[in-house]
Design a protein around this ligand. Structure first.
Ligand SMILES: Nc1ncnc2c1ncn2[C@@H]1O[C@H](COP(=O)(O)OP(=O)(O)OP(=O)(O)O)[C@@H](O)[C@H]1O
Ligand SMILES: O=c1[nH]c(=O)c2[nH+]cn([C@@H]3O[C@H](COP(=O)(O)O)[C@@H](O)[C@H]3O)c2[nH]1
Ligand SMILES: NC(=O)CC[C@H](N)C(=O)O
Ligand SMILES: [Mg+2]
Length: 509
């Protein structure tokens, strides 16, 4: 049985970070919302209570029944979690005189407490709170304080229960990871055996048990997630896996051929479908970004459906869903507000009556890459920048036409090849070119031009949720701009996007 830590999520922006830190210790963990928390079974070694945007004093403050956990399993409350543990059991939480965000220095009150024993005597921790614990219940013992927060860490006497006001999961808490290690390894007794190898072994076994002799269909995009999912399924059920890769006419230049080729070397059974004409015909005359996305999403389903009809005995639909996708859709505050309707294949099962299998649904992107590396997925696929499902369709602002796709493919190739040639590709999280619905005057070879403008976009990010523009070297930008203007007919001006997300999203539509 897979031993694990459960994280009870009160909705903090840092909850995912706690999970990442625990997993970095090679200990498996899962996040569950406070209002759908499962009854812990024997595999659970301990529970971490997360922070929260709410105050425990709010009328709508999230409440969780801890009776199945408290005193039975080791428990660590972080920030709101610690405040909750105090307030629920007879302590008191009040707004602090000054809200405290950022650096604080933690001093030990009880030096040999197992949670903090190995830490430096004055260690930097990161705070983010407006409330403070002013009184702890009688059987609680303060184990560490800061200059302004007397109750910075406590343990409940006679119980394996701790609370900490600071955030050990953020990088700026210098010894935060060590504190988490004390909790999950020393206190909870986890053995740190969760690795890509062990994940592959157990997942392959589970997939075989589940799928048995049936056929599985997978939409393959050339991206990281669907490629690793394909390789994992291939290892589990071999030729029972059939993959469909759709050329919707909005791929990068030569991408259809090159992606199909890279899958050949992986021994996958891939059906390449050219459907560009259909997508372009359906997009003709449409300028509204949301309408374009919906059309592309619908066309994907139609193409997929038509291909599936040609196959017999397919029972399963495999998807490359990863953990952030799952967390977003079940998060405490409900699915995050729709900013853009992300294309996905989620509409398929209802229509096609297939059962869903999602082997990566509990992994973060970098873990997916680690698993992929272990499965020998080619490095050029694993290192790829994310590419949106609707492809260049959402990078051509306004109406999409075959001619605009051609222009953008050329410009995009120059930019991406340039990044690769100058060794910048791996320092950038995602890059692309946007074709703007703007024409401007230029002069080329003494002649007046009145042509299109493109914007280059290159960002750093960890998960696509927030992003910042990359300070690409001027010389590099100058060369790319020059190459695009000289070599791509139809473009006479290049600009660089220097907006962060938020407020500007990575894609322009
Ligand atoms: N051209 C395509 N043909 C078939 N399926 C596709 C295509 N593009 C996207 N999909 C499906 O849509 C899913 C979502 O796409 P998404 O871009 O989020 O993930 P990905 O391509 O697997 O990974 P990455 O985030 O690295 O691009 C994919 O996992 C894949 O199943
Ligand atoms: O598969 C996808 N289908 C979509 O409809 C879609 N829209 C945006 N993206 C990708 O998501 C990340 C965040 O993009 P935005 O900042 O533009 O919202 C970036 O990595 C985008 O490329 C998509 N991926
Ligand atoms: N980060 C947190 O968990 C904050 C808890 C609570 N909202 C406070 O401000 O004190
Ligand atoms: Mg993709």
């Amino acid at each position: 049985m897979q031993e694990k830590i459960l994280i009870l999520d009160f909705g903090s922006q840092y909850t995912q970070l706690i999970a990442r830190r625990v997993r970095e210790l090679n200990v498996y963990c899962e996040i569950h919302p406070y209002n759908h928390f499962p009854q812990p079974d024997e595999s659970v070694r301990g529970v971490i209570l997360s922070g929260s945007p709410y105050s425990v004093r709010d009328a709508q403050a999230p409440q969780a029944d801890l009776s199945a956990i408290k005193g039975r399993l080791p428990m660590l409350g972080v920030c709101y979690g610690a405040q909750y543990l105090s307030q629920q059991f007879g302590g008191e939480v009040r707004p602090s005189a000054t809200r405290e965000y950022g650096r604080a220095i933690l001093s030990k009150v009880v030096a040999n407490n197992p949670l903090i024993a190995g830490l430096s005597d004055r260690t930097q921790v990161w705070m983010s709170h407006g409330d403070t614990i002013v009184k702890i219940p009688e059987n609680y013992r303060i184990i560490a304080s800061t200059d302004t927060v007397p109750v910075a860490a406590f343990q409940i006497e006679g119980e394996q229960t701790w609370g900490i006001q600071f955030h050990p999961e953020v990088y700026h808490s210098t010894e935060g990871k060590q504190l988490l290690k004390h909790f999950v390894v020393d206190i909870c007794g986890c053995r740190q055996q969760w690795t890509p190898d062990s994940f592959i072994e157990s997942t392959v076994r589970e997939l075989r048990d589940k799928i048995k002799g049936d056929k599985v269909l997978l939409g393959l995009s050339g991206g990281v997630d669907s490629s690793v999912a394909a390789e994992l399924l291939h290892k589990a059920v071999g030729d029972q896996l059939v993959c469909i890769f759709v050329d919707m006419g909005l791929l990068r230049k030569d991408e259809f051929e090159s992606v199909l080729k890279s899958y050949e070397s992986m021994g996958l059974n891939v059906i390449g479908v050219r459907a560009g004409d259909k997508f372009l015909a359906d997009l003709a005359g449409v300028t509204d970004p949301e309408k374009k996305r919906k059309i592309i999403g619908r066309d994907f389903i139609e193409v997929f459906d038509a291909e599936a009809q040609k196959l017999t005995d397919v029972k399963w639909l495999a998807q490359g869903t990863i953990y952030p996708d799952v967390i977003e859709s079940i998060s405490v505050n409900g699915p995050s507000a729709t900013i853009k309707s992300h294309h996905n294949v989620g509409g398929l099962p209802e229509k096609m009556n297939l059962k869903i299998v999602e082997p990566l649904r509990l992994l973060f992107k970098d873990e997916v890459r680690r698993v992929g590396r272990q499965l020998n997925v080619p490095a050029d696929i694993l290192g790829r920048h994310p590419f949106p499902g609707p492809g260049l369709g959402i990078r051509i602002l306004g109406e999409v036409t075959a001619e605009k796709v051609r222009i953008l493919q050329e410009a995009d190739k120059i930019f991406i090849d340039g990044l690769k040639e100058s060794g910048l590709y791996d320092q950038v999280w995602q890059a692309g070119v946007m074709l703007l619905p703007v024409q401007s005057v230029g002069v080329m070879g003494d002649e007046r031009t009145y042509e299109n403008c493109v914007a280059l976009r290159a960002v750093t990010s960890t998960d696509g949720m927030t992003a910042d523009w990359v300070h690409l070297p001027y010389d590099f930008l100058a060369k790319v701009s020059n190459d695009i203007i000289n070599r791509v007919k139809g473009i006479n001006r290049v600009v660089y996007d220097i907006s962060s997300k938020p407020p500007a999203t990575i894609e322009w539509e």
